[in-house]
Design a protein around this ligand. Structure first.
Ligand code: NAD
Length: 373
């Protein structure tokens, strides 16, 4: 088995470290920055506070990022960066703000071009990019340490990742206090995303020992602390542990890549607007059962290390976790027609599906979606 582990992002973790953004930017020698965020942080005052604390270093704000950010938002943000001679980018928010910022930090060098050129087209993303400080506010995507930016293109009806080594942030600043304002529903959805990253990174065809160890650590934390963070948003220990699990799971999947649950999540979000993490979690226990027997039982062994009898017991535990978190267990409320099921089957064959250790056929997908109707 051949493998390589690289991780170019400096990670700083701790309660209150968001205050250090200015010093971190200064240490990078950057003087003119942009803050990229979503409307929640413009309304709750945190974006303003970060700009004020920056003593003039952050000279403008792009605050229009929507959940599952659109290619047009990237183009608009890249334009603002160009117009203001920006030298570095600070991304504040969930995966959506971080991903929009990552893509914009590259696209700002491509005047006259849209990010659409690189979205699901196979055209490699140019590498030149501005330095990025990523400040996550959800405990979910791990985007602060990944080389991935997931974008949506509503006109062309697609959602999917762009992968580029230029997307690695320079610095990830993880401040668990920023997650205290997450309502239980978003805590649940983003938290189950952490479990998907860890498990999919583990069973991915691209798995490797370093990421395996990270995946196990992240899964242990999710089973122990996610229910607590969901029940009590102010549970500081649970919030800190989930923030830790999120970044560790990001490291666990960014090299092996995600697999079947993420592939299915793209059309589930795009067509039925199911929030990202919830869409990934919807199929996670199904794929755990499908992948249970691969590679001499390595998924069973992983499940046993987590304290379960085998992968089937792990799948049951994922189901129970979703029940306790009030997450979606099926697609009944959409009253899917046969045509809609067929469309889901077809559009779930995103390239990430090819990373799954078991070949996922139309028949398997059809059976899974039929059982959820
Ligand atoms: P998000 O960024 O879409 O945010 C969801 C909602 O939560 C928004 O309304 C936002 O305003 C709100 N929110 C965020 N932080 C908050 C806080 N602290 N308090 C209150 N509200 C808050 O959610 P997400 O799940 O973090 O990101 C999802 C996106 O990330 C999807 O597009 C997904 O495909 C992508 N993603 C990217 C990667 C990657 O490696 N780049 C990995 C997984 C998922």
């Amino acid at each position: 088995m051949k493998w390589e582990y690289i991780q170019p992002v400096t990670i700083r973790f701790g309660e209150g470290i968001v205050k250090e953004v200015k010093d971190v930017a200064a240490s990078m020698g950057c003087k003119r920055g942009i803050l990229v965020s979503d409307p929640f942080f413009l309304t709750n005052g945190l974006a303003d506070k970060i700009v004020k604390d920056s003593d003039g270093t952050l000279v403008c704000v792009y605050g229009e990022v929507s959940p599952n950010p659109e290619v047009k938002e990237v183009d608009a943000c890249a334009k603002l960066i160009r117009e203001n001679d920006i030298e570095f980018v600070v991304a504040l928010g969930g995966g959506s703000a971080l991903d929009c910022a990552k893509a914009s930090a590259t696209m700002c060098f491509r005047e006259g071009e849209s990010v659409r050129t690189y979205h699901g087209t196979g055209v490699p993303m140019p590498q030149k990019h501005l330095p990025l400080i990523a400040v996550p506010t959800t405990a979910g995507t791990g985007s602060e340490v990944t080389c991935v930016a997931v974008l949506s293109d509503h006109e062309l009806g697609k959602k999917g990742p762009i992968v580029s080594n230029g997307f690695y942030p320079s610095i990830a600043m993880i401040d668990p206090e920023l997650t205290y304002t997450l309502p239980p529903r978003i805590t649940a959805s983003t938290g189950i995303d952490v479990l998907c990253h860890a498990l999919e990174g583990f069973w991915s065809k691209g798995h490797q020992p370093v990421c395996d160890a990270l995946a196990l650590h992240a899964c242990e934390i999710v089973f122990k602390y996610l229910r607590r963070a969901y029940k009590d948003p102010q549970d500081k220990e649970a919030r800190a542990k989930m923030a830790e699990a999120s970044v560790i799971a990001g490291l666990a999947f960014t090299l092996p890549k995600t697999t079947s649950s993420h592939a299915c999540s793209f059309p589930l979000t795009n067509l039925y607007h199911i929030p990202h993490g919830e869409a990934c979690g919807l199929t996670l226990d199904c794929f755990a059962r499908i992948n249970a027997e691969v590679e001499n039982g390595r998924v069973h062994e992983f499940a046993r290390k987590l304290g379960f009898a085998d992968t089937y017991a792990l799948a049951d535990a994922i189901h129970e976790l979703k029940v306790d978190l009030g997450l979606r267990l099926d697609l009944k409320d959409f009253n899917l027609t046969d045509e809609q099921v067929a469309e889901l089957v077809k559009t779930s064959h995103h390239p990430n599906m090819l990373n799954n250790p078991v070949e996922i056929t139309d028949e398997i997908l059809n059976e899974m979606y039929q059982s959820m109707r």
